[in-house]
Design a protein around this ligand. Sequence first.
Ligand SMILES: Cc1cc2nc3c(=O)[nH]c(=O)nc-3n(C[C@H](O)[C@H](O)[C@H](O)COP(=O)(O)OP(=O)(O)OC[C@H]3O[C@@H](n4cnc5c(N)ncnc54)[C@H](O)[C@@H]3O)c2cc1C
Length: 419
Amino acid sequence: MPSNRYSLFSLLRETLRGHTGWQPAWRDATPQAAYDVVIVGGGGHGLATAYYLARRYGIKRVAVVEKGWIGNGNIGRNTTIIRSNYLLPGNVPFYECAMKLWEGLEQDINYNAMVSQRGVLNLFHNDAQRNAYIRRGNAMRLNGVDAELLDAQAVRRKLPFLNFDNARFPIQGGLLQRRGGTVRHDAVAWGYARAADRLGVDIIQNCEVTGIRTQNGRAVGVETTRGYIGAGRVALACAGNSSRVAAMAGLRLPIESHVLQAFVSEGLKPFIDCVATFGAGHFYISQSDKGGLVFGGDIDGYNSYAQRGNMPVIEDVCEGGMALMPRIGRVRLLRHWGGLMDMTMDGSPIIDRTPVDSLYLNAGWCYGGFKATPASGLCFAHLIARDEPHPTATAYRLDRFARGAVIDEKGMGAQPNLH
Ligand SMILES: Cc1cc2nc3c(=O)[nH]c(=O)nc-3n(C[C@H](O)[C@H](O)[C@H](O)COP(=O)(O)OP(=O)(O)OC[C@H]3O[C@@H](n4cnc5c(N)ncnc54)[C@H](O)[C@@H]3O)c2cc1C
């Protein structure tokens, strides 16, 4: 049975009858023999792709095959930041497309994803950084993206508790994107899952893809722990496991997997009203609606599929936090976890066909793929439906590493071990 439509009316109705009428948000589908499209990976990107395939391109015989449960991957592990403050031509329009989709997402999928455009402030600490941020801000504004340069006084008015006096890295100002902010990450997964399910998409959890079957150079289905599923087209959206899954079709990707960790403190009264990033180290912070400080830093310096945190990175991130805002030293850490990043060598993603016919790839999101989720889903759905790249994602080709046409956005790549 399809889930209820959420509205003030349905909330009032359920309140009056003791909340006994809510349906599950999506069906627990059993795999069918074949689908038009099988999407491997039930993270944000896979689910968004399924939704846009059904909604915008009318392809509804779609299965999303997830080895664990919806929300267990990076979609439920990230620090929830969205922004479109990019510099390079391939990236700015794409991330701005995502931002515009975020702005209408909740009405589109009928789900409260707690989209909060509270602003993202990138701090700078020296003249060279100021120049780089001026350049970035100009590029953004030329592309119709909002950007404001703040001086040190303006930053001090906004975040007075940062370490301005006697700081090792004095704050000279910041680049602010007011339309940036945060979105509740697991609500994005649940919202897309529910919206896709309502359009007839099968969401199949606890079903690991163990092989990709090909015939005459064409992908025809996937082997899974719940049996073989035939597919007109196979679409990979496996984030940190992209290399491993693509290898099942004989592909070697220009990707390394690294762990990225995140941290949440005990709940505090509201005192940070934006997302702030430290420009002299790798540390960024925001405050959740429950009051917890949500922060993170660097990826681990070595390759891993471990999906868990470790002490050296805790120390490193906390050092960054102490340098930027010493008061964090009195806050108790509540939780800490890790997720798997598929790092491309230029820090930019891949949305493309592969050398295997009918096999499509969505990968290489590094540590910035959450903010891309709606645009990634839309562009991937377009590629799968039309067999040609979406105009907004033409730069994200798999062969750009062979051609030298890399999109080397600083702060994203090209050497994952240095970030
Ligand atoms: C700590 C941390 C902080 C981050 N912070 C931010 C941030 O603030 N802003 C931002 O933009 N990005 C951030 N990111 C990055 C972002 O979360 C990822 O780039 C993005 O979520 C990846 O896309 P996804 O949601 O589809 O991935 P996932 O949710 O990981 O989805 C991939 C799915 O594929 C499944 N899968 C893998 N192999 C198989 C298989 N063989 N068969 C079936 N299923 C399989 C996995 O189980 C997983 O559910 C962060 C990531 C982490 C870990």
